[in-house]
Design a protein around this ligand. Sequence first.
Ligand code: HEM
Length: 201
Amino acid sequence: MPQDQTLSAVSPALNALRSGTQTLHVALEKRLPFFSDTLDLERYKRLLGAYYGFYHELEERLQHSPWLTCGFDLQARLKTPALCRDLQALGVSIPSLELCDTLPVLHSQASVLGALYVLEGATLGGNVLRKQISERLGLDTHNGCAFLFVYGAATGQQWKAFMDFLGSVPLDAQARGEAVQAACSTFSCFEQWLERQEVLV
Ligand code: HEM
């Protein structure tokens, strides 16, 4: 997980989120099958279906959260619509997919920010993953690979806007701790869900 901003250029919240989740990111990245020799179209479909079961439920919860900070345009950043487009393009029946019932507890503004950090940060590896899926399975953003490159050429810009937004919300040390806890829980819940869906390597 390269970090090219110097420590002085990032907010204390981002620093805390980065260092608090780095180990979990590395662990999950190793278990995802994107670069596995065993990844074929069927496994990719199952993987996207499992992503859907988690993202749909978490984004639904965020949309109804009273703690969603004003100034954050969640609608414009939802990833579930791209997952739906991919699943439809791949002929997967969305209503028959299982939905995740163990989600991070989001009981404060800080915890919502922690979950958003994970969902937004997860777009950063997308370009590498999209190229891999294009080479291995011949898919592009029109026929099954929209989610992995959800912001397209605007990925860097979207991440920068998110970092600026995160830095603009006043969070004291306790709130930063809550954000990190929620971000860690988001990683863990996601990994456990993917494990239960038997899509990890
Ligand atoms: C094999 C799969 C993955 C790869 C190859 C990957 C790769 C990367 C890379 C290269 C970055 C840094 C990009 C940059 O600094 O410009 C990054 C950042 C990040 N990724 Fe992943 N990632 C993967 C999966 C995930 C997943 C599944 C999640 C969470 C659901 C996630 C969450 C994050 C977060 C939160 C950051 C932001 C770190 C920061 O603060 O800079 N990643 N990832």
